[in-house]
Design a protein around this ligand. Structure first.
Ligand SMILES: Cc1cc2nc3c(=O)[nH]c(=O)nc-3n(C[C@H](O)[C@H](O)[C@H](O)COP(=O)(O)OP(=O)(O)OC[C@H]3O[C@@H](n4cnc5c(N)ncnc54)[C@H](O)[C@@H]3O)c2cc1C
Ligand SMILES: *[C@@H]1O[C@H](CO)[C@@H](O)[C@H](O)[C@H]1NC(C)=O
Ligand SMILES: *[C@@H]1O[C@H](CO)[C@@H](O)[C@H](O)[C@H]1NC(C)=O
Ligand SMILES: *[C@@H]1O[C@H](CO)[C@@H](O)[C@H](O)[C@H]1NC(C)=O
Ligand SMILES: *[C@@H]1O[C@H](CO)[C@@H](O)[C@H](O)[C@H]1NC(C)=O
Ligand SMILES: *[C@@H]1O[C@H](CO)[C@@H](O)[C@H](O)[C@H]1NC(C)=O
Ligand SMILES: *[C@@H]1O[C@H](CO)[C@@H](O)[C@H](O)[C@H]1NC(C)=O
Ligand SMILES: *[C@@H]1O[C@H](CO)[C@@H](O)[C@H](O)[C@H]1NC(C)=O
Ligand SMILES: *[C@@H]1O[C@H](CO)[C@@H](O)[C@H](O)[C@H]1NC(C)=O
Ligand SMILES: *[C@@H]1O[C@H](CO)[C@@H](O)[C@H](O)[C@H]1NC(C)=O
Ligand SMILES: *[C@@H]1O[C@H](CO)[C@@H](O)[C@H](O)[C@H]1NC(C)=O
Length: 595
């Protein structure tokens, strides 16, 4: 029997009008909006949501990538490693001196939600010290840990049962009514008990029931941006969930790339009030268009995209721009400089366990069953991110490296090193059971850059994270490897951890030269970059934005994304970005008297 006509019409209207504000063509766009947001990524969608709370404010988001909807890999947490290249920018770094000349892949999200749609979902804020350092570096106390608490809570919606016999967290430090779901893994892991034991036995390792209290040191359970139904929550699914997408004053244009910002006037300061963009088809620009922002342009294109757009707009170092024939609108030499990234590596061990994730990554039939369970029940191991436990560690005070390097950490409660654990091989193998450990230097001293290679905005910029250039970073990465070995060598792991997997058999990790050589050949980027359009105090002779995120020396442009963060937080960076974007929304509303 056919459904009645009214039902067909209703479904048609729901499908076509409820979500009609997400556009892929420019037909129904206006010529002017109050705000034009460049990049519908992690930060961009926070602003899209907050600024359109006032129905009188009209906002356009321009996102280069496509829709996040109905893509299984962007929904099932455990499928993160399978996300198709279609949803990423296929960037490559410049040859890295610290990595024996290797160029490495440099992934960023290229889809609505940006990197939050493709990331590892780990929810870490960093330490209270980190934010206090940002406040002191920018001379704006509004960026301090205490003053940001209300924004942390506006962002976070804790989504695990408050009490669980299996896993711990501190309800006092979480928000329960915010936008983005945060939860502990819903399933048990063979690592759960051992993680506790390894920190109970009078080892050098301590337990931390909740690393998001501002004091992250110690080992505990990973918190992830995953809903109670076991789905990834990105800025596209939380801040742009259907009820927000329906707002009549919000337009989100997908599949269109911003090429540059255009100035309306040059005196007294250049005033940028228009955005040039186009559709990229087969590597060329089709239909170049311009849209105006009557109040502000907000750049949220990420730590690579934002300096890239600024430089093509003539905002950057005059000498470097004129060498490429780009007219300088405003000489701002810090654009693209101080690009900071965490060097990381991976270790794996063979383990005595038949209930690791390898059980299903090695068995397509079981994987299909678990996918059905995920779809029907929202349960099972595919509801978990690959990272299930995290340890944050400090170098000892008497480390030899402090004879020559000053401590880059923001304070004594701030880690230098992170170890993150997965209950199976990180890179699936055909047989056997594994334990995976990623090791990070979360307080790198090396500074890299984003610069232009050509004057064509479609060419990728030169991405130089300068990994392992500074001796502090090499020292700390070596210590991270040794700490990982010591940790799995504690009695709790006896009879569980069998032997290292995939390491050269003759590698002597006690030997600095040998370990350095191994790390040069194997370390990669943590994909947590910040700093390439850094905040600095008002009036400073360096930096790209003031502490209110307005670009120095020009009118009409703010930057809100990872690139404004002037100091690497000891964390995975999505949460710092969300927190900064929440405050930025209030700063913008305040300047324009929006309630
Ligand atoms: C693979 C991966 C794993 C990660 N894992 C974690 C994790 O587990 N936990 C964590 O906390 N952090 C993680 N991170 C880091 C974190 O996701 C990022 O720091 C954060 O999401 C960055 O937010 P953003 O708003 O600065 O940029 P993005 O979220 O990257 O947004 C930038 C947006 O701008 C768009 N854009 C860029 N240029 C243009 C242009 N010219 N025109 C139009 N649109 C443009 C992009 O397509 C993108 O959508 C990971 C990152 C990656 C890449
Ligand atoms: C990255 O590569 C994939 C696969 O080749 C492609 O589909 C996608 O469009 C590329 N991304 C960008 C931003 O060019
Ligand atoms: C959690 O459980 C403990 C012990 O049963 C109880 O004392 C405590 O009040 C509970 N906490 C919450 C927030 O429910
Ligand atoms: C893009 O290029 C491919 C192969 O060269 C071609 O088949 C396709 O039609 C082109 N698409 C458009 C929209 O021009
Ligand atoms: C990089 O950042 C530091 C502060 O951390 C600042 O002193 C320096 O001037 C910056 N460099 C550039 C080129 O902006
Ligand atoms: C685990 O596998 C071993 C053989 O590899 C088997 O002897 C043992 O019974 C299995 N344990 C469980 C709980 O399935
Ligand atoms: C693979 O999974 C299926 C379904 O759960 C199971 O019946 C089968 O025994 C598994 N195969 C192996 C080799 O473990
Ligand atoms: C195996 O692991 C799953 C989670 O992946 C868990 O639910 C289950 O209880 C475990 N089974 C055993 C026998 O430990
Ligand atoms: C390391 O030094 C800091 C600051 O000087 C001090 O607070 C801390 O107690 C020291 N830690 C140890 C283990 O000595
Ligand atoms: C930079 O441009 C040159 C010349 O166009 C090109 O050969 C090279 O591959 C580009 N480098 C990068 C990293 O894209
Ligand atoms: C490993 O390297 C350390 C430090 O160089 C050295 O003392 C030790 O003898 C080496 N061990 C082996 C087995 O070669």
């Amino acid at each position: 029997m056919l459904p009645p006509l009214w039902a067909v019409l209703m479904i048609f209207f729901l499908k076509n009008f409820a979500f009609a504000k997400i556009l892929t063509s420019t037909l129904s766009l206006s010529t002017t909006y109050d705000f034009v947001i460049v990049g519908g990524g992690t930060a961009g969608n926070v602003l899209a949501n907050r600024l359109t709370e006032d129905p009188g404010i009209r906002v356009l988001v321009i996102e280069s990538g496509g829709s996040n909807e109905d893509v299984l890999e962007l929904q099932v947490p455990f499928l993160m490693p399978e996300i198709p290249a279609k949803y990423t920018w296929n960037f490559t770094t410049t040859p890295q001196i610290g990595l024996a000349g290797r160029s490495i892949g440099y992934t960023r999200g290229h889809v609505l939600g940006g990197s939050s749609s493709i990331n590892g979902m780990v929810y870490t804020r960093g330490s209270a010290d980190d934010y206090d350092m940002i406040a002191s570096l920018t001379e704006d106390d509004g960026w301090s840990w205490d003053r940001l608490q209300s924004y942390i809570r506006k962002h976070e919606r804790w989504s695990s049962p408050v009490n669980s016999s299996l896993k711990f967290f501190d309800p006092d430090v979480h928000g329960f009514h915010g936008m983005t779901a945060v939860s502990l893994s819903k399933t048990q892991h063979s690592l759960d008990d051992r993680m506790l034991k390894a920190t109970e036995e009078g080892t050098e390792f301590s337990f931390n029931a909740d690393y998001n209290s501002g004091k992250p040191l110690g080992f505990g359970w990973a918190q992830s941006t995953i809903t109670s139904r076991g789905r990834r929550d990105s800025s596209a699914t939380s801040y742009l969930s259907p009820k927000f997408r329906r707002r009549a004053n919000l337009h989100v244009l997908l599949n269109h790339r911003v090429l540059r910002l255009l100035p309306a006037a040059h005196e007294p300061n250049p005033h940028f009030n228009a955005v040039e963009y186009g559709e990229i088809v087969n590597g060329t620009i089709r239909s170049r268009r311009v849209v105006k922002a009557s109040k502000e342009i907000i750049l949220s294109a990420g730590s690579v995209g934002t300096p890239h757009v600024l430089l093509h707009s003539g905002i950057g170092d005059r000498k470097a721009l004129s060498a490429l024939g780009i007219k300088t609108a405003h000489h701002l030499p810090s654009v693209g400089q101080n690009f900071t990234e965490q060097p990381i590596g991976g270790l794996q061990w063979l383990v005595n366990d038949n209930n690791t994730t390898d059980r299903f990554t090695q068995n397509a039939t079981l994987m299909a069953e678990l996918l059905d369970e995920w779809k029907l029940e929202g349960s099972g191991p595919l509801t978990s991110a690959t990272t299930t436990h995290i340890g944050f560690l400090r170098l000892p005070n008497d480390s030899a490296v402090f004879d020559t390097a000053s401590d880059p950490s923001a304070g004594v409660n701030t880690p230098h090193i992170e170890l993150s654990f997965s209950n199976g091989f990180i890179v699936p193998v055909p047989a056997g059971s594994g334990l995976g450990v990623l090791f990070f230097v979360v307080t790198p001293l090396s500074r890299g850059s984003i610069s232009l290679n050509t004057s064509d905005p479609l060419d990728q910029p030169l991405i130089d994270p300068a990994l392992l250039v500074d001796e502090f970073d090499r020292f700390t990465l070596r210590e991270a490897v040794r700490l990982a070995f010591r940790f799995v060598g504690t009695p709790a792991w006896k009879d569980y951890v069998l032997e290292p997997f995939g390491l050269p058999p003759d590698l002597n990790i006690s030997n600095d030269a040998q370990l350095d050589a191994y790390l040069r050949d194997n370390a990669i980027a943590g994909l947590h970059s910040v700093g390439s359009a850094s905040m600095s105090p008002k009036g400073a002779h360096w930096g790209v934005t003031d502490p209110d995120l307005k670009v120095k020396g020009v009118r009409g442009v703010r930057v809100v994304d990872a690139s404004v963060i002037p100091h690497m937080p000891s964390a995975h960076t999505q949460t710092p970005v969300y927190i900064i974007a929440e405050r930025a929304a209030d700063l913008i509303k305040e300047s324009w008297g929006i309630l």
